[in-house]
Design a protein around this ligand. Structure first.
Ligand SMILES: Nc1ncnc2c1ncn2[C@@H]1O[C@H](COP(=O)(O)OP(=O)(O)OP(=O)(O)O)[C@@H](O)[C@H]1O
Ligand SMILES: [Mg+2]
Length: 513
């Protein structure tokens, strides 16, 4: 990969496979971190690998701006002729031309997604877990169910870890359904929490009410109903399919623009997306070539040090620890090194250190620099776009980042995404059809009832007018089929009551007339 030039004007390169041991980009605001990440992602795609880009601020969404003609520039600036010249001059400094920009555009598919947004620019994307039966071994299924339950519970405000009663209870409920080849989508959770089946009434010899008291279960069921009420916007659009994405001939860059989301929603979405990466990591074949790079700009809050544990931290740690063998690397950028958990970063092989001050640096980073004979003064005065590359072999080199092929327009807002695909029609909200009611798992002595596997609850677009109320979706009102004998006995008892009243009335009339 061509990443920049040395102070002597020599080309500085880095093998794409170095990103298998992950990379971190550090530097104060304006040091050029996002520019460096964009040129690294351009090179990753050139090498044939794919990328998922989490973009909280909107800078990496500039990867959609491989502009070359004046007409294309006119959409993004007020003086297109001048801006095109300036960009061309920058490209020339790195021995690049508009021909390179056009080649890149032709050879790479870039898609900008805007999760949780039902109208306006950016494509909708659905990464919400379906809790459908995965068909893998029990151990893998358990880990997956537990991860997905934790990420949903994190979204409803519970900072639950894998050992919390809520996660253990719901994981067991899901595994019981999976063992019968059935999904247990979130719509059914309130029912499972308020009326637990027989096999969920004790945990490790402890009565359910001692392990996970009824009051807490009811409170969680209520919160889940409220959450599901608001969740339609996450269920719009195509489902993310990483296996399909990584097997296409043309490399793909999927950018998830999150500027329009609140801080909590960003963490929620990123947690779900990163869980999908972990799932893919366990399913995909081993590879010594970079298959997928997961980039995260402005990582503050996503991988914080102990004791913080947002829904993103678990999957990031798993990818950092195990991604390498499966061809999955991470690129993490942040302004302040103190924002990151250094324990999790002990596997990172490549560091790009831009302008930093001593008081911004964690002790571990200082010792990393010291071990390579770099003093903090060497990085404190670094100009914009200058970085120190600490490579995986223990060496270090200073370089100036190469000019990005894409036009750096700056942070792209949700509204500005409209300029990318103006022809797209707004997405309608969707709902998941109410799943069939949960049936309790039969005991061993009872005959096994063969139930036709329920269809996986996938979001189905429906016209708005056809949307049914949430109470119907969440709490399907069961109309019990009453046996005829019960109906006859009801009738007889009603008739008896009627005769009694009639006799009392006749007696009263006789008495007072
Ligand atoms: N590789 C590059 N090619 C062309 N211009 C660049 C490049 N890198 C940085 N720049 C210019 O420098 C400006 C600041 O860089 P950048 O946005 O990457 O900084 P940053 O470190 O990500 O800042 P922040 O932390 O505020 O996001 C960019 O707006 C762009 O104009
Ligand atoms: Mg930036």
């Amino acid at each position: 990969m061509f990443i920049g030039e040395s102070p002597q004007g020599k080309r500085v390169g880095l093998p794409a496979s170095d990103l298998l041991t992950h990379a971190v980009v550090l530097g104060r605001t304006g040091s050029g971190k996002s520019g460096l990440s964009i040129s690294l992602l351009e090179e990753v795609a050139k090498s044939g690998a794919n990328a998922l880009v989490l973009d909280p601020k909107g800078d990496l969404t500039n990867l959609a701006l491989s502009l070359s003609s004046e007409a294309e520039f006119a959409k993004w600036c007020s003086d297109p002729a001048n801006e095109r010249l300036t960009h061309g001059a920058g490209l020339a400094q790195s021995n690049l031309t508009y021909r390179d920009v056009e080649d890149w555009r032709r050879n790479v598919n870039v898609t900008i997604y805007a999760p949780g947004k039902v109208s306006g620019g950016g494509r909708p994307i659905n990464v919400f877990p379906t809790f459908a039966c995965p068909g893998t071994t029990e151990q893998v299924s358990r880990a997956r169910a537990s991860r997905e339950v934790s990420s949903v519970l994190a979204a409803v405000g519970g900072n639950e870890d894998a050992y919390s009663p809520a996660v253990v209870f719901l994981t067991e409920a899901i595994l019981a359904e999976w063992s019968r080849k059935r999904p247990l989508p979130i719509e059914q959770w309130p029912g499972v929490l308020s009326k637990p089946a027989e096999h969920l009434r004790s945990f490790g010899g402890m009565a359910l009410n001692d392990f996970f008291p009824k009051g807490k279960r009811t409170a969680l069921a209520r919160t889940l109903i409220g959450f599901r009420h608001q969740a339609d916007r996450w269920l719009c659009g195509e489902a993310l399919n990483l296996a399909a994405m990584t097997s296409r001939r043309k490399p793909e860059i999927a950018v998830f623009s999150m500027r329009h989301l609140s801080e909590e929603d960003r963490l929620f979405f990123a947690g779900l997306l990163l869980n999908k990466v972990v799932e893919f990591m366990f399913e995909t074949e081993a590879s010594d070539k970079l298959k997928l790079l997961v980039a995260l700009d402005e990582a503050r809050g996503y991988l914080p040090p102990y004791p913080y544990n947002p829904p993103t931290k678990g999957p990031i740690c798993t990818i950092l620890a195990q991604g390498r063998a499966q061809g999955i690397g991470m690129l993490i950028g942040t302004q302040n090194p103190m924002d990151l958990d250094y324990k999790a970063l002990s596997n990172v092989g490549t560091w790009f250190v831009g302008r930093l001050r001593e008081r911004d640096c964690a002790r571990d980073l200082m010792s990393e620099l010291a071990s390579r004979n770099v003093g903090i003064d060497d990085v404190a005065e670094m100009p914009q776009r200058s970085f120190l590359l600490l490579d995986r072999n223990g060496g270090h080199r200073q370089f100036q980042t190469r000019w990005c092929l894409n036009y750096l327009f700056g942070p792209m807002s949700g509204g500005q995404l409209m300029r990318l695909e103006p022809g797209r029609t707004p997405v309608q909200p969707v709902f998941r059809p109410p799943p069939p009611p949960v049936q309790s798992v039969p005991t061993q002595s009872a005959p096994v009832v063969r139930v036709k596997p329920a269809p996986v609850a996938m979001p189905v677009p429906v016209p708005v007018a056809k949307l049914i109320s949430y109470s119907e979706v969440l709490l399907p009102v069961e109309k019990p089929t009453v046996p005829w004998s019960v109906r006859v006995s009801d009738l007889l008892s009603n008739l008896g009551a009627f005769l009694m009243i009639a006799m009392v009335a006749l007696w009263l009339i006789g008495r007072f007339s």
